[in-house]
Design a protein around this ligand. Structure first.
Ligand code: 7TS
Length: 416
């Protein structure tokens, strides 16, 4: 009988959980409640099986040999690119470069495009809301090339100050780097508007979609961005997977990031020429099994339907926000309204977030506490650390109830 993951409107998280063996796991005799999805998600059996099957039945290097296994590996690896390209609405699978993670994808743009195209006095505009991985590579270019790095600020609630955008942009702005969904606040930034403004001054736009691609449908062609990065491992795929979408003309014109095997067309003792896309940017033996797992993850998400995934998460989000807002001893960061993904950062007043996370862990609840690789944003919000819960398709209201119960106990324990 066909499995029913969803009725006509809603996902059935209880059915979905059966696809994830990790939920059979107990943490100190308690069922695992996994609320650290913004860091990395759990992997369904179909993804693990796809990787396992590859090693058991096909394993061989790609693009290297005429033997059957190598040919099959090559086809599987290319097919994974095609699945991601379709998922993202790219015009061609050659516009999808596989990387280890979102961080490597941004570095690819910084080195492959920035290092060769930016010169002293050029500007890169990013936001104070960026993850460190979309700040530090540009700081590297500031140090190497003398470019200016500008930041779009947020208001006290954590909303981008969009009215300041036009005056930060000029013909000197060569690239705008923008986080699509915040890994701390869960807010979804209005990309269309930002891309439109950036295009007026001829700047390229890089979208950090690490926290949006796993949750709702995005069409890069329709969006009109130049680069977009995401992490495979935050969308059910194995760790060590991520990708870069780049507009074909740009990828054709840019320089490689890593040099060596597989990314060349010809090599003489004097020089080398580059392979066609996407291999030009995938030097050396790639994570073949991981890529095939990423393809399987995309199949899984498509089977469920992105519309239903985001609807489920938003339902959990509003339930959790409603429950948490009852407590004056909890401070929640970021706007409560507007478009969001299932991420909430908060503190129990007077209790260190690591203590809160430790107590939650005692009860089998996995959350992240810390600065979430967004120190400039945290500083802007006047905090150093926060507890963060982040939801995904297998989470339930019942788990949120348990979270609330343990938070109440934590408050009692600290007598606040
Ligand atoms: N961009 C955003 C918006 C992110 O949230 C992250 C990871 C990255 C980039 C980097 O992704 P990676 O695949 O290179 O690691 N964010 C988190 C987080 O919030 N907690 O752990 C990792």
């Amino acid at each position: 009988m066909r499995k029913t993951y969803s009725d006509s409107i809603n996902l059935n998280a209880y059915e979905i959980r059966k696809d994830f063996r990790i939920f059979e796991r107990k943490i100190r005799e308690k069922p695992l409640i996994y609320f650290d999805n913004a860091a990395t998600t759990q992997k369904p059996n179909s993804v693990i099986e796809a990787e396992k099957r590859f090693y058991e039945e096909t394993n061989a290097n790609i693009h290297r040999a005429v033997h059957t296994l190598s040919y099959e590996s090559t086809v599987l690896y290319q097919d994974a690119h095609k699945k991601v390209a379709d998922f993202m609405g790219a015009k061609s699978w050659r516009e999808i470069i596989f990387t280890r993670n979102a961080t490597e994808s941004i570095n690819l743009v910084a080195y492959g495009w920035g290092l060769h195209n930016l010169k002293e006095g050029d500007e890169v505009l990013i936001t104070i809301m960026e993850h460190h991985s979309d700040i530090v590579p540009w700081q590297m270019l500031r140090n190497l090339k003398g470019i200016k790095l500008r930041f779009l600020d947020v208001d006290d609630e954590g909303r981008l100050k969009l009215d300041e955008l036009p005056k930060l942009l000029s013909e000197r702005t060569k690239l705008v780097g923008i986080i699509h969904a915040s890994n701390v606040l869960g807010t979804v930034n209005p990309l269309e508007e930002i891309i439109k403004e950036a295009k007026k001054v001829g700047a390229l736009v890089l979208v950090d979609a690490a926290q949006s691609v796993p949750h709702f449908s995005i069409d890069v062609t329709q969006l009109g961005c130049d680069f977009l990065v995401a992490s495979g491992h935050k969308m059910l795929a194995p760790t060590g997977t991520g990708f870069l979408y780049g507009r074909r003309e740009l990828l054709e014109a840019m320089e490689p990031f890593l040099y060596g095997g597989d990314m060349i067309e010809t090599v003489t003792v004097e020089k080398a020429t580059w392979n066609e896309l996407p291999w030009k940017y995938e030097a050396g033996t790639p994570n073949i099994a991981g890529a095939i797992g990423l393809g399987a993850a995309v199949d899984y998400l498509n089977r469920l339907g992105m519309e239903k995934i985001i609807a489920h998460e938003r339902e959990l989000l509003s339930y959790a926000l409603e429950s948490l807002s009852d407590f004056p001893w909890i401070e929640i960061y970021g706007p409560k309204d507007g478009e969001k993904v299932g991420v909430i950062s908060f503190n129990i007043k007077g209790v260190h977030p690591h203590d809160v996370a430790g107590i939650l862990d005692e009860e089998g609840i996995a959350v992240r506490s810390g600065h979430h690789c967004t120190q400039p944003l945290m500083r802007r919000l006047g905090i150093e650390n926060a507890v963060r819960v982040s939801f995904y398709l297998y989470n339930t209201r019942e788990e949120i109830d348990k979270l609330i119960e343990v938070l109440r106990e934590t408050k009692r324990l600290f007598e606040i």
